[in-house]
Write a protein that binds this ligand. Sequence first.
Ligand code: PGA
Length: 251
Amino acid sequence: MKRRPLLAGNWKMHTTVIEACHLAAEIGKCSADLDDRDVLLAPPFTVISEVAHVLRESRVLIASQNVCWEEQGAFTGEISPTMVKSAGGTAAIIGHSERRQIFHEDNGMINKRVHGALHFGLLPILCIGETLEEREAGKTFSVLEEQVREGLGGVSSDDMRKTVVAYEPVWAIGTGKTASKEQAQEAHAFVRKLLAEMYEKDIAESVRILYGGSVNPDNVDELMAQADIDGALVGGAALKAESFCRIINFT
Ligand code: PGA
């Protein structure tokens, strides 16, 4: 099955309003002719609406970097799916390793966020990935299986069709140490096989699985050439228009 590539930039805790508008405008320009792939930006909450405005005539999709399961209420520091949508977002990154490691979000909370996003019509991008310690202890696949099964607990087949998974080995994030194409492909194939056990085979074949962790202009082509890698979730290299434009124009 042919899956439409999705190239996503996660700006993390970077960009003031002015910086965000400049960067978004550059990316809008260099993505204008790309009609065979999706390009997505996840700016900080404070600039979602400005970035969406700058890109209103482009095909670039906007995501939040996290999302709450409630529509509103006493949840200081959170953002609701309705707020993301009203600011111009259509997707949400959920369970990023920085949320898991630094802010101690567990699979149960991440699962609630996935349901919240789906319930309010946002496309969830569920991030999974093992730490170096887990990889060295031979636990990579058991960790990924637990994150996938628990993160997607109770997600229906219909909703799974709208869900994206991002495999991001923690040891490759922000370290300049990318997983080899073989390591990444092996993990992606494992996740797809697992999805085929949990859902119908055609769903497993249609779900996009992104790779994240030190993706850059020099390694994107070989990563994207792997059978089960359907896109990239890019951090550092998404903060410079030049490198992100090269990445989204992968061949
Ligand atoms: P990186 O981050 O590209 O800077 O490694 C990827 C991510 O955290 O999504």
